[in-house]
Design a protein around this ligand. Sequence first.
Ligand code: ATP
Ligand code: MG
Length: 413
Amino acid sequence: MRQSKLFTKTLKQAPKEELSLNAQLLIKAGYVDKLMSGAYTYLPLGLRVLEKIKDIVRTEMNNLGGQEILMPALLPKEPWQKTGRWDEPGEEVMFQFQGRSGKDLGLGWTHEEIVTPLMKQFVQSYKDLPVAVYQIQDKFRNEPRAKSGLLRGLEFSMKDLYSFHANEDDLLEYYEKSKTAYLNIFKHCGLEARIVEASGGDFSKFSHEFQVFTEYGEDTVFYCSKCDFAQNDEICELKAGDKCPECEGEIKEAKAIEVGNIFPLKTKYSKDFDFTFTDKEGKQKPVIMGCYGIGPSRVLGSVVEVHHDDKGIIWPEKIAPFQVHLLKIGDSDEVDKASENLYQELKEREIEVLFDDREESAGVKFNDSDLMGLPVRLVVSQKTLKKQVVEYKFRKEENSEELSQEELFSKLK
Ligand code: ATP
Ligand code: MG
């Protein structure tokens, strides 16, 4: 893509009332626009990143045997009354309003109430189990403090998967596999997530959160410095300095962002909707359920919180909007021609490249490039042409190298 054709521009300053670092950087670099607290427009560059994150999530969910569906975000009151959640938590979380002739409606903030009766129509026998469905969709929550940019939206992207099983062992086996899938997702997105025990509600001893440790996180986690033990502060009875209950390690405290959460729901929702199946012996039994959530937009915000420096964003390769930022420096015919040729060559090799072909000064281009944060920067200038090289620099490193075209292409492979 040519930067001269990109309608967005970088900004000198993020809006004053924007307090979060992730949104400040994303707005300045032209990835998102703020409509109001908790609601952001994804501009072309930001949308590319979000879609890449969703694709990583999709691939792992398909590997887990998930079948993708899309449920409405606009929901009727009745199924929520069945579980009691129309009133509790009710409007504390759910946007509720009336349509024509007073019909009560709400916006989806999770979908157990919709997916359970949906799957009940298709699952009758043990032969129909196990089965898993998922969707990637915007969810809505009436959050009290939407001040953390993409980390806490009133509207935000969520992947929610629901699994259905004939017995608890089968659920638990699937649940363990889902942990691996989740860790893969975060690794591909450039995040190191830690599995943390959290409240299991009234259905299980624990649910499990995936927490990214960073000082800007809103959650508090207690973890062992030696083993895998970790719990969030809502359930943990230990404090920093205590001895780990599972090994000799010391308990430490950290701030963290919850990027995912999985729950062994067991029969919680199948009971409310009378969702049963016929087992091998011909007996009716409740279907055993699990649910699994990830927020792609919160992941995007977390990546920026973790991967940046004082000049701007530093995208991990797999979710960068483009792999290469090609900068044309100077405006002689020679530089025009050489940079244009290199741009075409890169495209032919299917390397994702953003070509800064604008009539701007070198300073502006270098600053914008650092702010936007693509993994590799290439420079074509009068100076590089004289030496018959291209300047090559990783965003995350200080030094640049000079490479011949041949060296460049073998390196980019
Ligand atoms: P939190 O405790 O941060 O409010 P939650 O525990 O209520 O989140 P879940 O219901 O577990 O959230 O939702 C699953 C995932 O959806 C979360 O792990 C997170 O990645 C994402 N998510 C939840 N709420 C928001 C939000 N307001 N904005 C962006 N992402 C969110
Ligand atoms: Mg959660």
